[in-house]
Design a protein around this ligand. Structure first.
Ligand code: HEC
Ligand code: HEC
Length: 290
């Protein structure tokens, strides 16, 4: 049979008849291995179609004979994770916070879990890592309004602060000395100078001297004779450089005239018990725990 197309002179191979600018294409057969791989992929794809979810049908799709489904797989993974956590959660529920903190493994687990709870529920007010902001106390230092032991923190979290829906909430009320006319504006300026003097910042020593008397009569009952605060009533230490409502003269006058009363919601009943324990341990671990 005569060749359909001309043969190349040098190689003796038949050409395909294609020619571009004098360059002709030889009609060499495909390598055997290549052809084999090509057919193998076709066979493989057919097997795959049969085993796994593939073709659409009118209503849904062909699920494949293996019954594989990513959702089922995800649900299984989650179920396993929950089962693995359950043993930990059971232990946390049944132990008190000191015992949890004393067990290195549980401590690590609770601190990590507590960090997640904190980011979700507490960071909007207290800042990431408990950094605090004006009107919201820093939780990462050792300056505590109500106390920094594990029990103190657990109690604060469970019952809240000035959260009157909880009858056991931590409570106290600094009187509105100015607004209610308990002190005159002059007396308030004097006592504010005295408060400044507690951290060595008085600008009017004479006024501060008069203010000392006012302080002893009106303030010491809560803030202590020495102004170092009192945890039973959540009264801050006025001698340090940490201020909830600002430490300048005007800030102090404002607080004495028209005090703010910080409120924190109670978390008991709002968060699961184990979450409250974990976040207690997390806060205690932030640096100021006692
Ligand atoms: C709506 C804002 C808000 C949220 C949310 C909040 N807090 Fe508070 N928290 C406060 C305020 C305000 C105070 C200070 C109350 C006061 O003046 O005594 C406080 C006080 C505290 C104290 C006492 C600090 C001390 O010095 O004794 C702890 C501990 C605390 N919060 C932990 C948490 C944790 C943990 C969460 C998350 C589960 C949380 N808070 C969520 C507003 C909030
Ligand atoms: C009944 C108790 C009580 C009495 C009396 C009282 N305080 Fe307070 N004081 C508090 C409490 C509680 C807070 C914290 C309020 C809060 O956390 O929202 C506070 C907060 C303050 C602050 C703000 C501190 C900060 O960190 O920003 C100043 C300043 C202050 N008091 C000064 C005084 C002075 C001055 C007097 C006397 C004229 C006085 N207090 C009397 C309970 C009291």
């Amino acid at each position: 049979m005569p060749a359909k197309f001309e043969r190349d002179e040098i190689t003796g191979v038949e050409t395909t008849g294609h020619e571009w600018d004098g360059i002709k294409e030889l009609n060499n057969p495909l390598p055997k291995w290549w052809v084999f791989v090509f057919y193998a992929t076709i066979v493989w794809s057919v097997i795959w179609w049969i085993l796994y979810p593939s073709f659409p049908t009118l209503r849904s799709y062909f699920p494949g004979i293996l019954g594989y489904d990513q959702r089922t797989e995800l649900a299984q993974i989650l179920e396993e994770a929950r089962a693995r956590q359950a043993t930990w959660m059971d232990r946390i529920r049944s132990m008190d916070v000191q015992a949890i903190a004393a067990d290195p493994e549980l401590l690590t687990f609770a601190t990590r879990g507590g960090e997640v709870v904190f980011k979700d529920n507490c960071a909007p007010c207290h800042g990431l890592g408990g950094a605090g902001q004006l009107q919201y106390p820093t939780l990462a230092d050792d300056d505590w309004l109500w106390g920094g032991t594990l029990e103190d923190i657990l109690y604060t979290l469970t019952h809240g602060i000035r959260y009157h829906e909880d009858p056991d909430t931590r409570d106290s009320q600094m009187p509105a000395f100015g607004a209610d006319g308990i002190l005159t504006p002059d007396q308030i300026r004097d006592v504010a100078q005295y408060v400044l003097s507690l951290s060595g910042r008085a600008t009017d020593e004479e006024a501060a001297g008069r203010g000392a008397e006012v302080f002893a009569q009106q303030c010491a009952a809560c803030h202590g004779e020495d102004g170092k605060g009192m945890r039973e009533v959540g009264a801050p230490n006025l001698t340090d450089s940490i201020w909830l409502y600002g430490g300048e003269f005007e800030d102090i006058v404002r607080q004495v005239t028209w005090p703010r009363h910080g409120v924190m919601p109670a978390w008991g009943g709002r968060l699961p018990e184990e979450s409250i324990k974990m976040v207690t341990i997390y806060v205690h671990q932030l640096g100021g725990g006692e």
